[in-house]
Design a protein around this ligand. Structure first.
Ligand code: UDP
Ligand code: MG
Length: 317
């Protein structure tokens, strides 16, 4: 019987220190798992350090290693998409190179997909140990908000680290949108997902490429990509303001009829003008965000541009 092939996609951005550490750990696990074949697909996302050199060396040493290299940094989402497209496996995993996604969970994940009725085994962190408190707070808040306003349920603490069957990978690949938010995409395609839990692991080397501001923007993009609620909020706020204005009109008319019209009310006027102006700008901003996303989407630009792959390296030999 032919063995199953598991493809592992590893996005790398400035990870020269982590690649050898990751490879050592992973080859231990691959060596101990006999019932399957593996391919490691590293995606070099426009690193500025010696990541690509590291990948070339590995590729020459180990035929299970392959790589894709982008012409510049396109982001982890694009790197994952490229890897999924390139993967040939019957099962495909996405894993960070920083060992924060424990590779030793992989055999258990494979067994679940083989023996139980799931198409995806995801992972979720049960704690956020070692992470700045403020970051955890906003992360929690983000999951609360998005799950409240979007029909697409996203599990709190779920990682991108997961093993999927071929049919799920093909479904994910059919989502060719430019504004990618994988956490949403993985749940949007459906299929049964089982979550394994583990406690947070800190990076052994290198550093995270996410700033707080970067994460904030990413979460807004996630909301815009999977919910239209902000647009509804703008309409509801507009409607409520209108009703308040009507009530005020009645109130002031009656007051003037009863008490006459002493010229006052400058303060209330300014407050009303500013409040309305603010609400209008906010609504325009929300609208603009969606239009901006639509604009990017309609250009149909490629998600990434390849500069080099292992195939060229192998052909040159
Ligand atoms: N990564 C990437 N492109 C980027 C940023 C990150 O391919 O623009 C990769 C990075 O090399 C790592 C993974 O995505 O393998 C997760 O990144 P990181 O550890 O910085 O994120 P965190 O674990 O802090 O969420
Ligand atoms: Mg990390």
């Amino acid at each position: 019987m032919q063995k199953d092939l598991i493809s592992i996609i590893i996005p790398c951005f400035n990870e020269e220190e982590m690649i050898p550490l990751f490879y050592d750990k992973m080859s231990g696990i691959m060596g101990a798992t006999h019932m399957v074949d593996f391919e490691l697909i590293f995606v070099n996302d426009g690193s500025k350090d010696r990541t690509l050199e590291g990948l070339r060396v590995l590729t020459e040493r180990d035929s299970r290693v392959r790589y894709l290299s982008f012409s510049r940094n396109f982001g982890k989402e694009a790197a994952m998409y490229a890897g999924l497209k390139y993967a040939k496996g019957d099962f495909v995993a996405v894993m960070d190179v920083d060992l924060q996604d424990p590779p030793e969970l992989l055999p258990a994940m494979y067994r679940i997909l083989k023996n139980e009725n799931y198409d995806c085994v995801g992972t979720k962190r049960v704690d956020r140990q070692g992470e700045p408190k403020i970051r955890s707070f906003f992360a929690k808040l983000f999951y609360k908000v998005i799950n409240h306003i979007s029909d697409n349920h996203i599990v709190d603490g779920a990682r991108d680290y997961r093993l999927m069957t071929r049919r799920m990978v093909d479904a994910v690949l059919e989502m060719t949108e430019y504004n990618r938010f994988s956490k949403g995409i993985f749940t949007w395609v459906g299929f049964e997902t089982k979550y394994l839990e583990y406690s947070n692991v800190e990076r052994p080397a290198g550093k995270t490429s996410w700033s707080f501001w970067g994460l904030f923007k990413y979460s807004i993009d996630g909301i815009v990509a999977f919910s239209e609620a902000p647009l509804d909020i703008a309409s509801v706020v507009g409607f409520v303001t209108f009703v308040v204005a009507l009530l005020m009109a009645v109130f002031f008319t009656i007051r003037t009829l009863i008490f006459g019209n002493p010229t006052s009310g400058w303060t209330s006027l300014v407050v009303i003008v500013l409040a309305l102006g603010g609400i209008q700008l906010l609504s325009l901003g929300i609208l603009g965000k969606y239009i901006g996303k639509t604009f990017l989407e309609t250009k149909r630009r490629p998600l990434y541009i390849l500069k080099e792959t292992d195939e060229e390296l192998k052909r040159d030999e």
